[in-house]
Design a protein. Structure first.
Length: 115
């Protein structure tokens, strides 16, 4: 599994980061067209993806797969899904220091699958 830490992203330079970001943006546009349309144009989508990636890293997410899944949660549930009162379970899972980063994201998707 590829793990990218903040310091590694800086060391690898802007090109690798830009390619990863582009892949995430493309996947968000493909899977969440309505949410993307509601945000506006490419600049707003890019800003939202960057903010979501940064937020995911603050929760300790490092693997590309986990970060991509976190971004998809943002586009599915809203920018503040982890902080608003309707999704207390999300904040609890993301803030649980006993859970490994991948387990945090898995817990969120398992909870969503249960409804």
């Amino acid at each position: 599994m590829l793990v990218i830490r903040g310091a590694q992203m800086e060391a690898l330079g802007g090109e690798l980061e830009a390619r990863f970001e582009r892949r995430v943006i493309d996947s968000v546009k493909r899977l969440w067209p309505g949410a993307c349309e509601a945000r506006g144009g490419d600049a707003e989508i890019t800003t939202a993806v960057r903010a979501a990636l940064e937020k995911g890293q603050r929760y300790g997410l490092e693997a590309e797969r986990d970060l991509v899944r976190f971004v998809h949660l943002v586009f599915m549930l809203g920018d503040a899904f982890d902080a608003d009162g309707g999704h207390d379970w999300a904040h609890a899972a993301l803030s649980d220091s006993a859970l490994a980063p991948s387990a945090k994201i898995d817990a969120l998707f398992e909870r969503l699958a249960r409804g």
